[in-house]
Ligand binder design. Structure first.
Ligand SMILES: NC(=O)c1ccc[n+]([C@@H]2O[C@H](COP(=O)([O-])OP(=O)(O)OC[C@H]3O[C@@H](n4cnc5c(N)ncnc54)[C@H](OP(=O)(O)O)[C@@H]3O)[C@@H](O)[C@H]2O)c1
Length: 254
């Protein structure tokens, strides 16, 4: 009988986190490093990565890279054996209905949220397969489970992340690798500023309600990757208590 319930320690593990310059990725890098993992930080804003690496100290390292660039992402993994990879980099642009949509915005969301995740996954798999263990965590969203007005292409990109997660479970079945999709509702980060391009508009997304913090999401990721080896936390959906669906937010004002 398997009575193994002890958490899997993070000390000695080698993690890579994309989108580590802000929000959920930055909080996840802090959580993993704080629990003993050595962390490699990836995003485009190099100065921010340098600051975070200095804050984390120890053996934290970083590379400025764009996940839309397949070759650049492959290079990150050359000669490295990451056993914990968090494909978190992602963004949304705009809330226009489809008939008013901007095809450059569509391309940026699809190239980052879908192809960027694919580039990261493909580059991460050889070392994970060779080790016969490890964790690959994808940042999905409740937007990958429910659509909402103006969400269209962002919704499509996050539904694709969910499909990629499900495909990985089947394609890599028997490999020993654990796959997790983490799907949060509203989290207060730079996400809404990037999406709406205006700080007042971004603040109004969270007005009168208590959103999740990036640390809440990082805590869920840390939980998933520290379960005993025979346990795979597959899907984590985190809602703010004041959010019932992608369209229902209770603005209590507290
Ligand atoms: N905030 C929410 O309510 C929410 C809810 C559900 C899911 N999510 C998902 O959570 C993930 C993280 O978002 P967040 O809320 O933490 O937003 P954020 O604060 O804006 O952080 C996004 C991160 O992604 C990086 N990034 C964006 N495009 C990139 C690219 N082409 N190459 C490399 N890095 C790139 C950004 O870094 P650089 O700009 O420096 O490259 C940044 O570090 C995303 O996948 C998002 O879709 C967010």
């Amino acid at each position: 009988m398997n009575d193994q319930t002890d958490p899997l320690p993070l000390a000695g593990r080698r993690a890579l986190v994309t989108g580590a310059s802000s929000g959920i990725g930055r909080a996840t890098a802090r959580a993993l490093a704080g629990a003993g993992a050595s962390v490699h930080l990836v995003a485009r804003r190099e100065e921010r990565l340098a600051e975070l690496a200095e804050e984390l100290g120890g053996d934290a390292t970083f590379t400025a890279a764009d996940v839309r660039d397949a070759g650049g992402v492959s290079t990150l993994f050359e000669g490295q054996a990451f056993d914990l990879v968090v494909a978190n980099a992602g963004l949304s642009r705009g809330v226009a209905p489809l008939h008013e949509g901007d095809s450059d915005d569509w391309a940026e969301m699809i190239d980052t949220n879908v192809k960027g995740v694919l580039h990261t996954v493909r580059a991460a798999l050889p070392a994970l397969r060779a080790a016969g263990q490890g964790d690959l965590v994808l940042l999905g969203s409740v937007a990958g489970r429910q659509v909402y007005p103006g969400g269209n292409v962002y919704n499509a990109s996050k539904h694709a992340v969910r499909a990629i997660y499900e495909a990985l479970r089947l394609d890599e079945f028997g490999s020993g690798i654990r796959f997790t999709t983490v799907d949060p509702g509203l989290v207060e980060t730079e996400f809404s500023l990037v999406r709406l391009g205006d700080q007042n508009a971004a603040d109004s997304v969270y007005e009168g309600m208590t959103p999740l913090t990036p640390e809440d999401v990082a805590d869920a990721i840390r939980y998933a990757v520290t379960r005993p080896p025979h346990v795979n936390i597959g899907e984590i959906v985190l809602w703010p208590t004041e959010q019932a669906s992608t369209r229902d937010v209770h603005r209590s004002g507290h």
